[in-house]
Design a protein around this ligand. Structure first.
Ligand SMILES: Cc1ncc(COP(=O)(O)O)c(C=O)c1O
Length: 428
């Protein structure tokens, strides 16, 4: 398959040779690398993108799950074009930032006040600091398999082996106040934190990088209770699930309201974004007209609230607000997950398809997938081969990663995914 790939992507190969000279591993983010080298995209529209060799791909990666309306959605494009004429980066206050924050408050159950950042990582960093400042405690609990971006305190225990750091360069002392607990296991979580004074529990309500695994609703409810017992805050990282599972994100979908939420991706309408949003008393700790040092907690950033992101985000959220697009996508994706499972089952191949809302991921295993440990026991090489087979047939998943459905995906796109999956399953 790799030879076929090289034959189809000779121009991309040349570009990759150039890229290797200027980037470590030849890429801007290692997640985008795959064997033998990534292809290079010239343009994208709707459900597809096109590479320099003229190949078309139906895209299920969708800009790291950002493009819930598909690539280049007209309402977002129109809003951005208009704003480009008015000013790119103002660096002072403007109405669009208020409008987007108002929209977030309207849609997200826990959001009483909002602050914008430029990425999910940045928002995770500010959220962690804020919960510590508010509770005047240092310890935070994060869960196995949760990815919150590249922030030091949270970049641990994302995938097994859990006792090996996810990255070098983080001093052991930095992680001393991060307690790792098992996902979907409230009893062990209780035991692990028993003798600790906790500032906050931070969790992804659906594991994204960890394998598309939804938290049990009961687990989230019990976690909220536990956070009350421990006088701690509950924080949902909704960078992926926000505005995707429901207009109000996973917190609306599961009906469990956290104290604070971390947002990103869809919120920016395709432009760089992050945000923290939550209860007034917590968020007010960022208010320098109320608090001063040492009580005041800092948040800021040159590009935070920039008008291009704000107008793109607003155009995007307006499309999602009434829930019609989201519930349609959720319905289509539930059917798709079942269809994929059936294809493998009919061909006597053990597969679990996980996901929630419009997210889906295939795992080659017969084990029920409840956490990232089960994901790591599945046959990863087979998943990479499956995704490479799809890629060669014009259907793109970032190898071994979660897929996402967008409004732009047509029934013909899904049919192609199913047919090519069947080819692969039959070939096994
Ligand atoms: C759940 C979650 N949190 C945080 C992040 C970090 O966001 P960013 O890549 O914008 O820094 C991601 C990125 O994929 C994510 O999936």
């Amino acid at each position: 398959m790799l030879r076929d790939y090289e034959t189809k992507t000779s121009k991309s190969k040349r570009l990759y040779e150039r890229a290797k000279k200027v980037f470590p591993a030849g890429v801007s983010y290692f997640i985008r690398y795959f064997e033998p080298y990534p292809f290079y995209v010239t343009h994208a529209k709707g459900s597809k993108f096109f590479d320099v060799d003229g190949n078309a791909y139906i895209d299920f990666w969708m800009g790291h799950y950002t493009h819930i309306l598909g690539h280049n959605p007209p309402p977002v494009k129109r809003a951005v074009k208009q704003q480009l004429e008015r000013g790119i980066h103002l660096g002072v206050c403007h109405e669009l930032e208020i409008a987007l924050a108002e929209q977030v408050v309207k849609m997200v159950p826990c959001a009483e006040l909002v602050r914008f950042a430029n990425s999910g990582t940045e928002a995770s960093m500010y959220a962690t600091r804020l919960v510590r400042a508010f509770k005047k405690k240092s310890k935070i609990v994060k869960f196995e398999g949760c990815w919150h971006g590249g922030y030091d305190c949270l970049q641990t225990a994302v995938k097994p082996p859990m006792d090996v750091p996810e990255t070098s360069g983080v001093p052991t002392e930095t992680l001393k106040n991060t307690i790792v607990a098992p996902f979907n296991d409230i009893q062990t979580t209780r035991r692990k934190i028993k003798n600790h004074d906790i500032a906050a529990f931070i969790i992804e309500p659906v594991l994204g990088a960890g394998g598309g695994i939804p938290a049990d609703k009961e687990f989230l409810k019990e976690l909220k209770e536990l956070s009350r017992e421990k006088d701690a805050l509950l924080v949902f990282d909704e960078v992926i699930t926000g505005f995707r599972l429901a207009p109000g994100g996973a917190q609306q979908f599961f009906n469990v309201t956290p104290d604070l939420t971390i947002l990103g991706k869809i919120l920016g309408g395709g432009f760089p974004v992050g945000a923290i949003a939550g209860k007034r008393d917590v968020m007010e700790r960022l208010d320098a007209t109320v608090y001063e040092r040492p009580e005041l907690c800092f948040h800021g950033g040159t590009f935070s609230g920039n008008p291009i992101t704000m107008t793109a985000g607003l155009a995007m959220l307006k499309q999602l607000e009434d829930g019609a697009i989201i519930s349609q996508l959720n319905k289509r994706c539930r059917k798709l997950r079942n269809q994929l499972e059936e294809i493998f089952e009919d061909n006597h191949i053990n597969v679990q398809v996980t996901g929630e809302g419009s997210l889906f991921q295939t795992h080659f295993t017969n084990e029920t997938i409840k956490d990232v440990h089960a994901v790591s026991r599945a046959d990863r090489q087979k998943l990479i081969d499956y995704h490479m087979h799809l890629m060669l047939n014009g259907v793109f998943f970032l190898p071994a990663k979660l897929g996402a459905l967008s409004k732009a995906h047509t029934e013909a796109d899904l049919e192609k995914l199913l047919t090519k999956t069947e080819d692969y399953a039959k070939g096994l």
